[in-house]
Design a protein around this ligand. Structure first.
Ligand code: FES
Length: 255
């Protein structure tokens, strides 16, 4: 039997979460003598499905999922299990995948905290200026604001690649934060349509995206101001809202 472990956490926009989890996975693998793969439920590049696919490609017959979050995060535990259940059905792997208790539920986490309390300390001597810099009062003058869903299901469906392509193509087209502001978000609700982005103020939802579709959204909508109708999913009108009017024709924006 070939055992592999998936150490799953959440990034929530923390830029170093992937490296931290990968380093922890490496140290754990050394200690246990089994391969340990880091995975992020949301907001990261290493998705749970990606890690499970790698385990399968390496011939794993026994996979253990370990939620590695302190303090306890029930969202992580619940959605890791649901994402894995989806993967098990798709991969046709009906046995051999189990989940461990979250680390914050173990007594050993208290030992780790005791070690931190009794270990080396240092004074806090950072300047507070960066925290309250006047530049944090400025709202960018962007024309459009794009929200990229990085929730658990969109992450499983490839949101990390979509986010990367979006940023890279915006850079190639010379669109900085003052033209198009991009924000990664948590779940936007219609997860089955992921991966997705929403463009405001136009209120346009682009769904089931792939790299080519994202490049079209950048070129046609974000640069030229023309909504890509064939890639959008219309949003129902709020109850009691007036009938929508046809928008006036829009001239190209970068001429
Ligand atoms: S995870 Fe993207 S809409 Fe729910």
């Amino acid at each position: 039997m070939s055992r592999q472990i998936v150490l799953v956490g959440r990034a929530l926009g923390a830029p170093t979460a992937e490296q931290t989890l990968a380093s922890l996975a490496g140290r754990l693998a050394e200690r246990l003598g089994h391969p340990v793969r880091p995975a992020l439920l949301d907001h990261g590049e290493r998705s749970v499905h990606g890690a499970l696919d790698q385990c399968l490609a390496d011939g794993a017959t026994d996979i253990l999922l370990v939620p590695a979050q302190v303090p306890r995060d029930r969202y992580l535990e619940t959605w890791s299990r649901k994402a894995t259940a989806h993967w098990i059905q798709k991969a046709g792997m009906d046995t051999g995948v189990r989940v461990a208790a979250g680390v914050s539920e173990t007594n050993e986490v208290v030992d780790a905290l005791v070690a931190a309390v009794s270990g080396p300390t240092r004074p806090i001597n950072e300047s507070p200026d960066a925290f309250r810099s006047p530049s944090w009062s400025e709202i960018t003058a962007h024309r459009r604001h794009v929200f990229v869903c990085r929730g658990p299901r969109c992450s499983a469906y490839g949101a990390a690649g979509i986010a990367k392509t979006l940023s890279a193509h915006l850079r190639e087209r010379g669109q900085d934060d003052d033209a198009v502001l991009v924000t990664n978000t948590g779940c936007l609700v219609p997860c089955n349509l992921g991966p997705m982005v929403v463009v405001h103020p136009d209120d346009v939802w682009y769904t089931h995206l792939d790299d080519e579709a994202v490049r079209r959204v950048v070129d046609e909508h974000l640069c030229d101001g023309m909504v890509v109708d064939e890639l959008r999913t219309p949003r129902p009108a709020p109850a009691g809202a007036p009938e929508p009017q046809a928008p006036p024709p829009q001239p190209p924006e970068d001429t």
